[in-house]
Design a protein around this ligand. Sequence first.
Ligand code: BES
Ligand code: MN
Ligand code: ZN
Length: 529
Amino acid sequence: MNFELKPLALEQLSKLKTDALLILVSNSFGASLANSATSGNPLSALIAQSLKTQQLESKAGKTLLLWNALGLSANPLILAHTAGSSSKDLRQALSSALQQLKGAHAQCKHLTVYLPEVGDQKMQTALQTLADSSYVYTTTKPSAKASALIKITVCVPPVAPKSSEALALDQAFKEGVARVQGMAFAKEWGNRPANHATPTLLAKAAQTLSKYPRLSVQVLGPKEVSRLRMGSFMSVAQGSDEPLRFIVMQYSGAPKSEAPVVLVGKGITFDTGGISLKPGAGMDEMKFDMCGAASVLGVFKSLGELQPRINVVGLVPACENMPSGRAVKPGDVVTSMSGQTIENLNTDAEGRLILCDALTYAERFKPRVVIDIATLTGACIIALGHLRSGMYSNNDRLAQDLLDSGERSLDPCWRMPLDEEYAEGLKSNFADTANVADRSAGSVTAAKFLQRFVGQHNWAHLDIAGSAWKSGGAAKGATARPVPMLLSYLLNEGQEVHRYPSASSAGALRKSTLAQAAQKTTRKTRAKA
Ligand code: BES
Ligand code: MN
Ligand code: ZN
């Protein structure tokens, strides 16, 4: 998608060359037009009239679609009500307007959207929603291109050029565009069928990101991974004819002395369950089992575009989980890179087995924060459904920052517990740990398993089993979550000045960290500096 920002007054919209024109109307904007019915320009008179006659109802998501209105060159004209001015209101108005446009004019190529009231947050929300509702997957369905928008122009009321307002708007637009580009990348790789997204292809996709300044990508194959003694990761991959890949991405926007945030994404390109085979119904959706990995790729794409002053490392263990004569069997014991032995009681609990070795590998970067992202458990969907991602952390401050980032970016999560008692069921007579406990609290016990491999690092685990994709129906497909949350975190709370005390000395350091936070400058992206 091509996005363009254009400062333009409402009265200038009528001359605009565009296929369709969408104007957002809020309660306050509507009120400001109330007097235009008799005076002013025809467009504001038309909006005022539609409100007065209630053809456009004052409820978030209500729309009015008009053909050949006022002899505008744009066709159709859509008015969409946001009612209030919250991000959710805005999202609802935009998504229902785009849905209506799809139904009425599928061939529309260029859409112009007028946002009469805009700020940093609104710009982000608008771009994210517009990109989401106009997304079309085409890689293995080229015919779908016919119904895809090509360009969206975002019009906002003009402000004085070079004023702080104009600069802030410009920055918000740039950041929003970078964000949706990262999300599109995550969706593309999430949606691809497993035969078009093998570990090898996923690694190649990561390598394309090395075209960006400050971004390097290294790909390890079976030999190197074996030399690292990632016995747990290798045991999952051994049943497949597709060779595994371990992807290491580094974005270095800050001096080397600044410890990085490490993101670890689960990259199971297809999860059959292995010898503990899954039931057949709906198994196709296990092509989405690399959405954690895709979200890390998406974040790196956005970092490449934005060039912020932070250090971030991305790690992706990628392989298939297949049954075969060579596959790992229930009861097999493997030795992880950490040295801990693991009894594999259920080969379908494979995500944690590839993540644990990546978490051990993360230590070499002396990270200030490690966040893993995984479509880890069906139990998380039972607990939280498809709205909030499950979030676990050994650090209260990090947990709060992720919660805040999620709310701000309309990509919410919910904190889950990590009491030590939950690890009870992971005990094994034959290894240091089993990979599963009994059925109860399955998402929590999975997190407890991972925690054994993070030591004292500040760590969070995001279980995105319910949020990473939409099942069945017309909306079936990857959501690119939690790219928005992670980017919000990295560009705001995740700044170096917001460093966390380590998990072991939390109390002692809290005071100085708070002092640092008080000095926290605003966003530190290069574009602004
Ligand atoms: N990838 C699945 C989790 C999953 C299932 C995500 C359905 C989204 C929808 C994971 O590898 C898995 O199979 N987990 C098992 C764990 C169990 C064997 C302890 C599960 O959740 O059933
Ligand atoms: Mn599985
Ligand atoms: Zn899985």
